[in-house]
Design a protein. Structure first.
Length: 318
């Protein structure tokens, strides 16, 4: 990734919100299979405390997992954790979970004689990038922590701590595991971004283009300004026509549409997670009246801004 664009990368990471909704500790011996349904808007994290296991994605791609492996599924694709390629997967919702604490439960399958139990700690997470939410769709189906080991050696003690907490189960281990899972997942995302976003294309071009980056960074820093194409082209240091063409090619959107959608993503963050008053958010994002903001919000998001808090109170079981 170009070194001229650190501000936009910082903006991306600053807006990242990753927090667990539901965690599970699995303990099972072969044969076993846990199937996870697709969870749009959520991400899934798995850590193998004691392997081996197989991850099979809905696409058919399989990954061999061993003790100490951690992975992140940013778009919540359907997948299964299996003892081997031939194991039958049963929906995880069909297993009885014994509550350990808060949002953490334990699922234990009857052990087979002479077989050592596999132990996996999993978390279903809210995953948001604030104004840069489109980047999530550009992320790979599965992000493996093994790709970070050489460049981020500080992740080693975190994985060691997760393995220790999961296996020894000392007082308070479940809560500590949940927090460690959040941190490791965030490091996986940061490592992918700072390494240049792999082979991703599309919206990632914005991060790789220093001219586009300057213009988009300006919008993110001051979303309440009614930015014109001329204003943004000036920020990018290019002509209006070249800027507009390059912007459309990279984002699939016009600058005006991008700004409107950015404002709505930020509005959701401000209202749902920061509990700001809707009137305050409307003014902060450049709308002259609450009515104008509400119309724009409903047109882009599909429902009025007041419905956000109601939706947060009725999350489905994952």
């Amino acid at each position: 990734m170009a070194v001229q664009t650190p501000d936009l990368i910082s903006e991306l990471l600053r807006g990242m919100r990753l927090s667990g909704v539901k965690y599970r500790r699995f303990e099972a011996s072969a044969p076993f299979g846990f199937a996870f349904d697709a969870a749009p808007g959520k991400a899934q994290f798995h850590f193998v405390s004691r392997g081996p296991a197989v991850l099979r994605m809905e696409s058919g791609t399989c990954f061999a997992l061993n003790s100490g492996d951690a992975l992140f599924i940013p778009n919540g694709n359907a997948h299964a954790l299996l003892s081997d390629d031939n194991a039958t997967a049963t929906p995880v919702s069909a297993f009885h979970g014994e509550a350990i604490c808060g949002s953490v439960c334990q699922i234990t399958c009857e052990p087979c004689k002479g077989s050592e139990n596999v132990v996996i700690f999993s978390g279903c997470m809210d995953f948001e990038l604030g104004g840069m939410q489109p980047l999530i769709k550009a992320m790979p189906e599965v992000m493996m922590v093994s790709k970070l080991m050489s460049t981020w050696p500080e992740i080693h003690p975190l994985l060691a701590a997760m393995e220790r907490e999961s296996m020894t189960r000392q007082v308070g281990f479940a809560g500590i595991l949940a927090r460690l899972a959040d941190v490791v997942a965030a490091l996986i995302v940061r490592g992918w971004v700072e390494a240049g976003c792999g082979k991703a294309t599309g919206w990632v071009q914005v991060l790789r283009d220093p001219r586009l980056s300057r213009a988009i960074y300006a919008m993110h820093q001051q979303p309440g300004i009614n930015w014109s194409v001329a204003d943004l082209a000036k920020e990018a240091g290019t002509s209006r026509s070249v800027f507009a063409e390059r912007f459309l090619s990279a984002t699939g959107s016009t600058p005006a549409k991008y700004l409107s959608e950015l404002r709505m993503r930020l509005a959701i963050q401000y209202i749902s997670h920061e509990n700001q008053a809707i009137e305050t958010v409307a003014l902060r994002l450049g709308y002259g009246s609450l009515a104008a903001f509400s119309r724009a919000f409903k047109r882009i998001v599909g429902h009025p801004p007041g419905a956000l808090r109601e939706a947060a109170q009725s999350q489905p079981e994952l």
